[in-house]
Design a protein around this ligand. Structure first.
Ligand SMILES: O=C(O)C(=O)C[C@]1(C(=O)O)C=C[C@@H](O)C=C1
Length: 101
């Protein structure tokens, strides 16, 4: 039976890859935190000025732009769309909460 548990000798190659993955994941979290900090201010502004939480035409432009960037970066544009859709939907949820006060 192959041993893939902690009894196995440490795999330095995998550990180096994972160190890099951990750095990238940390950067993603910091970037998302910064994005949500800004969208919180947008949500407060929209609530104050009675603007609707969602702006579908803005979203369509963002999705198109990110799909193009994804192709240029060798990233699956479907994935990039799903990812930004997921983020924007969460932002809209926050905007709706801000509107209810
Ligand atoms: O740009 C806005 O109006 C926002 O509220 C930000 C944002 C986004 O997260 O990018 C969120 C909701 C809108 O539907 C469009 C974009």
């Amino acid at each position: 039976m192959t041993d893939q548990t902690s009894d196995a000798a440490p795999d330095q190659t995998l550990a180096a890859f994972r160190k890099s993955i951990d750095n990238i994941d940390a950067a993603l979290i910091h970037m998302l935190a910064e994005r949500f900090r800004i969208t919180q201010a947008v949500g407060e502004y929209k609530a104050r000025t009675q603007l609707p939480p969602a702006d579908p035409s803005r979203e369509a432009r963002q999705i198109e732009r990110l799909r193009k960037l994804a192709v240029e970066a060798d990233l699956d544009p479907e994935f990039s769309e799903k990812f930004i859709r997921f983020v924007i939907d969460e932002v809209i949820r926050h905007h709706e909460i801000a509107r209810r006060g």
